[in-house]
Design a protein around this ligand. Structure first.
Ligand SMILES: [Zn+2]
Length: 269
């Protein structure tokens, strides 16, 4: 499932191409992806200009000139592509936004959704999300306070969206690796130095993910060479049996808090 760096990469790429553009037409082949009927959706969206694209946790928010917001969550398997019918991937498109010079295709939306809301409704929907880890307000002190109350394993804390926004299965493993902590560790047993290392790693790994354009396989548009580069730069994720870049031990895979997790049992403590 795309995490903060992937969604932020989408936000940047989509913003470059779509801000200020008018949605001429919208095609929907999967009504279940919506929270209203196709007819209502088209009524509110067609003819509207996209004025801003924001990201909150793993969601994208398309702000329309009417003040309405389209709230997108790709969930597992969802991808986006900007282009023409000629270069678009040969896959079923659940939603297609048609602009005068390109289209935005949404594919693989099995559990993913695109909901139409007012600004107030969106705020209500996203109210329970934890802090954004790359925001200025997410200081070391704020993190200490947050971690103080947290029980359970590090792995489950990091992927908990109410604890911190935007981290999922891949980056939680990378963060644990970078901070030399095992994902099985209990949050309440971490020392102050370990919490500090964890805080620094959360920011460093998410920024590293952004630098390499996240891990999504598919480019966002033809000629997009950045998106997906993180796949070649993973420290531990999906590298079971390969050697640790820090100590040359074999990377292990195990279920931690009922999620698959990759780590080095030698240099992570
Ligand atoms: Zn190691």
């Amino acid at each position: 499932m795309p995490e903060l760096p992937e969604m932020e990469n989408y936000r940047t790429r989509l913003s470059e191409h779509l801000i200020g553009k008018r949605i001429q037409e919208i095609t929907i082949t999967r009504e279940k992806s919506l929270n209203v009927t196709v007819e209502q959706f088209r009524q509110h969206v067609e003819g509207q200009t996209i004025v801003a694209i924001d990201r909150k946790a793993k969601h994208l928010l398309f702000n329309l000139e009417s003040g309405k917001v389209l709230l997108l969550h790709l969930m597992l398997g969802g991808v986006m592509y900007i282009g023409g019918e000629g270069d678009a991937p040969k896959r079923t498109k659940q939603v297609t936004f048609i602009f005068d010079d390109c289209s935005l295709f949404l594919m693989g939306l099995r559990l993913g959704y695109l909901h139409l809301h007012s600004l107030d409704q969106v705020e209500e929907k996203l109210r329970d999300l934890g802090p954004e880890p790359l925001d200025d307000s997410f200081t070391l002190d704020a993190f200490y306070k947050l971690a103080e109350k947290k029980r359970g394993m590090l792995k489950s804390a990091l992927v908990n969206q109410k604890f911190i926004s935007g981290i999922g299965n891949l980056y939680s493993d990378e963060i644990c690796y970078q901070s030399c902590l095992l994902p099985q560790r209990k949050v309440q047993e971490l020392t102050i130095q370990e919490k500090q290392a964890l805080y620094r790693s959360i920011q460093a790994i998410l920024k590293r993910g952004l630098t390499y354009g996240g891990y999504m396989d598919m480019p966002v548009y033809k000629g997009d060479l950045l998106t997906g580069q993180y796949n070649q730069h993973c420290y531990v994720y999906d590298r079971e049996g390969e050697l640790c870049k820090r100590c040359d031990s074999k990377i292990l895979k195990a279920k931690v808090a009922s999620r698959k997790s990759f780590f080095c049992n030698n240099c992570q403590r």
